[in-house]
Each structure stands twice: as structure tokens, then as C-alpha cells.
Design a protein around this ligand. Structure first.
Ligand code: SF4
Length: 287
């Protein structure tokens, strides 16, 4: 059972280190999507939550108009440590209220989501100066999706929503994130969705301390033939797989004339170029 409470805030906007973005807006604390690999679980330590990730949701309520002036001429990404279109947004409508405040503001808005609820706000998107909706889709197999992202929209629902947005003239992109080694078939996804978005972004699976064991245990149980590959990447720290995958993506996208962005080595990545991973190593085990 999810624990929901309202928290008063004075602002929704914070600085972010996410590449290509100046600011982030997260209308909620916590995320009911409960993805197995979630990178945002670290938020618990900053918000005094002892519950499991996905079992709490703080609904941010900002009674006064928040300061949107700092966004002018900048870029803002909505949904970096939560999904702004999680299922409770239907009731609380915080994301919708935030978007209403951004109408007519000259800022580059990007929304990241795994939910088809986003199409509810097409009327608002049409009034925005510069907005892009990005769907995370790392598989077309809904059985795998349900294992790793149990409470998100189904793959087919996301694809339908993508098509609707595209048909309505809203700029869209697909984020293959996170790409699971040996499982995410990027070529199949690109071939299937090429006609419905303007670009594809790529991010590799990173195993953060909070989620590493559960992901590796899952791989061991469901994909035993991939155990050695995951050992090589996440325990032996061999980067060959991703170096090869990067080349494959670049070559495929260039051949098919597809716009792409690769975020394999977050925070050090520039468009279409890569630098080495500087993340701290963590101790991992399959057991
Ligand atoms: S949608 Fe994002 S923030 Fe929410 S649980 Fe999944 S990975 Fe975490």
C-alpha cells in the first residue's frame, strides 16, 4: 500500500547536472512506477523516507506562483527523479498545474515519461513555445517490461501515446533507457518507432548500489545465459560491450539517417561523442 502525503513547497524548480538541461522540475517525491533498476532511490536519504522506493509519494503543493523567470532562455527537464505522469497525477494534477504556469514562457521544456497519461495534456503542449515529450522504451516485450517496470504503462500504450502526440504535431523522442545488455534490441525498437518520433536517445544500464543486487539476481534467475556477460560488464568492469554497442548504434543511425544522442557515460557525454566512465566502482554480486 502506497503512503501518500502532501508537502508544501515554495518552488518546483531546481538546478540539474543532467546533460543538455539547466533545470529540473519534479512535481512529486518518490515514484510509484517502482522500476527494478531505478537510479532515483537515493532521494530517500534526502527526504527522510524509510519506506521502500515506490511505497511512498509526496505530492508537492506550491500555494503561491513559483518563480518562472529563471527559466527564460534556459532548458528544463520534467521528471528526473519521479515520473510526472505517475498514476496519482490523474487525481492530484500537480504536473498539469506546473505546465499551465509555463505556457508562453520562452524556455526549452522536455518531459520524460513512461506513462500514456501524458496525452491528457496535449491541449497545453500545443500552447507551449518549445516542448518535447520523451518516452522511455527499452523493450517491445511487455513480459520483460512488467518484470522491470511493474507499474508503468504497457509498451503498446506508450507507443500508442507516442503516435497520438506525433499526430498532433508535438515533438517526440524515444529514450532507450536503460539498455539491458543482451536484452534490449535497439535495432528492432528503432525500426518499429522511426516514423513516430524525431530522435532516439540511448543510455546504458548502470547499476547503482540501491538496485544492483536485485537486478543481478533477476538476470541470474530469468536470463541465466547472460550471467557471464553481466559479470563481465558489472563486476569485471569491462567496457568492451558498451564500446562495441556505441559503434553499432552510430553506424546504424548514420546508415538509416536517424537523429540520435548517446548518454552512455552520463555527465561526461557530449553529443555523439563519448568519454570514459568516471563513476565510482561498487561491490556487486549475483547472490
Ligand atoms: S520511472 Fe524513473 S524515477 Fe520512476 S521508478 Fe522508474 S526509473 Fe525510478
Amino acid at each position: 500500500m502506497i503512503k501518500i502525503k502532501k508537502v508544501l513547497v515554495t518552488d518546483y524548480i531546481s538546478r540539474t547536472k543532467i546533460p543538455d538541461s539547466d533545470y529540473a522540475i519534479n512535481p512529486y517525491i518518490g515514484c510509484p512506477h517502482k522500476c527494478m533498476y531505478c537510479y532515483a532511490e537515493f532521494m530517500k536519504q534526502f527526504t527522510n523516507h524509510n519506506e521502500h522506493w515506490g511505497d511512498f509519494l509526496d505530492v508537492k503543493v506550491c500555494p503561491k506562483p513559483f518563480n518562472i523567470k529563471k527559466l527564460i532562455g534556459k532548458s528544463v527537464i520534467i521528471g528526473t527523479v519521479t515520473d510526472a505522469y505517475n498514476r496519482y497525477e490523474q487525481k492530484y494534477q500537480i504536473t498539469r498545474k506546473v505546465l499551465e504556469s509555463l505556457i508562453g514562457v520562452n524556455t526549452e521544456i522536455s518531459i520524460l515519461t513512461k506513462s500514456d497519461l501524458v496525452i491528457r495534456d496535449i491541449d497545453l503542449f500545443k500552447k507551449m513555445i518549445n516542448i518535447e515529450i520523451t518516452f522511455s522504451i527499452n523493450t517491445l516485450d511487455d513480459i520483460f517490461r512488467k518484470d522491470i517496470e511493474p507499474f508503468t504503462s504497457k509498451v503498446i500504450e506508450r507507443i500508442e501515446a507516442l503516435k497520438i502526440l506525433n499526430k498532433n504535431g508535438i515533438k517526440t523522442s524515444v529514450f532507450l533507457s536503460p539498455m539491458f545488455p543482451g536484452i534490449t534490441d535497439f535495432k528492432l525498437i528503432l525500426k518499429s518507432l522511426k516514423g513516430y518520433c524525431q530522435s532516439f536517445w540511448f543510455e546504458n544500464l548502470k547499476l547503482y548500489p540501491q538496485c544492483a543486487s536485485r537486478v543481478l539476481k533477476y538476470i541470474h534467475a530469468k536470463f541465466p545465459h547472460l550471467k557471464n556477460l553481466y559479470y563481465d560488464i558489472y563486476i569485471a568492469k569491462n567496457t568492451d560491450y558498451w564500446d562495441y554497442k556505441e559503434k553499432e548504434i552510430v553506424s546504424f543511425c548514420q546508415e538509416k539517417k536517424i537523429d540520435y544522442m548517446i548518454y552512455f557515460y552520463l555527465y561526461k557525454t557530449k553529443k555523439n561523442t563519448l568519454t570514459k566512465n568516471t563513476e565510482k566502482p561498487i561491490q556487486l554480486s549475483f547472490y
